[in-house]
Design a protein around this ligand. Sequence first.
Ligand SMILES: [Zn+2]
Length: 465
Amino acid sequence: MMNLLKSLVVVLIFISCNSETPKQFDLIITNATIVDVLGDSLNNSQFIAISQDTISLVDNMSNLGKYKANQTLDAANKFVMPGLWDNHVHFRGGDTLIEENKKLLPLFLAYGITNVRDAGGDITPSVLKWKQDITNKELNGPTIFTSGPKLDGTEPAWPGSLIVESIEDVKIALDSLEHLKVDYVKMYDGSLEKEFFYEIIKQAEARGLKTTGHMPLSANILTATDLGLDGTEHMYYVIKSCSPMADSLTQTNPTYGMFPEIVKSYDPEIAMSIFKKLASKGAFITPTLHIGTILSELTEVDHKGDSLLNYIGQGIQKTYHGRIKSAKKAKLQGNTSRSQLGQLAKDMILPLYNSGVKLLAGSDSGAFNSFVYPGESLHLELQSLLAAGLTPQQTLITSIINGPEFFELSEFYGSIAENKVANLIILDGNPLEDLKNLNNIRATIIKGKVYDKKMLDTMLRDLKK
Ligand SMILES: [Zn+2]
């Protein structure tokens, strides 16, 4: 019995000594007020312990004594939350613009964007290399999710697209995307035929690949969603499905020229039934409201004095001219469909959200998309969603919660908790109270690497050179 007691004492001493050895982390953020986006609430006096790229522990400051870190960051009177997601950006413009695209990566960090979903382009090998380099902390930029090249028909709208003009091509294209290890499949409607559009969705679904994109105007959004389409980019295709004239117009004039008629005949009752069906299938929609506004006002607004133009390379600035030209042409023809469409899109946001359709905040920034600047444009998209009627919390959900949910990665993103990726931002004010507080970023943290305000400002200054 004595022996047993003795060994018990030894074990207890061992345990208590062991618990007094402070556990060492790479980074501890102290005195944090954590923003719980999904809970629409704050959690005061917390510390966040990070090991390598992962949050290891979140606990009350009163328990901090037991822990040590290589680096500490005091977040007293600051708000810490998961970094923003821009769910629709483009890296593109051909080989000559690779460097200009790469230079823009720090701009996302300066605006608190820690994750971007690249919606297709023509410089995929470079994008995949950056993605790797950022993961290895060898390059300053956000975590990248990319579709790689878009899938389109015989006459693709964008260079670098994979052409699908037969059932066999669908297999070849998806094999190629899987070989590249892209994160999802993006389709485009330059000339993609309806039957191949449906076939891509079917085959991608069978392979467990996510699909989203534009739709051939002759295709039906509910049929596509039933086949497994995960997302829709922009509002055209949802709007089309809400008009009783959609079928007849598609038969006589399956072009974007049908939209004035579609907008005019929009039926809120049909819309509600479509939204409910889309919601029941778990569909995601990326409204891209802000770029709609920019493009509809291109002939009236002079962007020459935009301070953010200073960060955009000359080559990318040149690509902005195309949209200005087409806007001028549309104005000469008296075509106001873009602004009518934009207004309707804004009116649809709240009904879509309340029906349970998952909205994704995406800016569509990138070469050719005039004056939609990487970083700032996501904030303006969030402001547009807010102005359309969402609360600050609902607006943040479209970025921070729905972004990872599209990729079924909610386990790793969307909140500040154990085992989540340490992609965070530290703000001066509470964004749940006022979304404008997203503009005052004290630090951006990517996979545990801290970029404080000074570093972000230096990166921006370097960008201007
Ligand atoms: Zn786009």
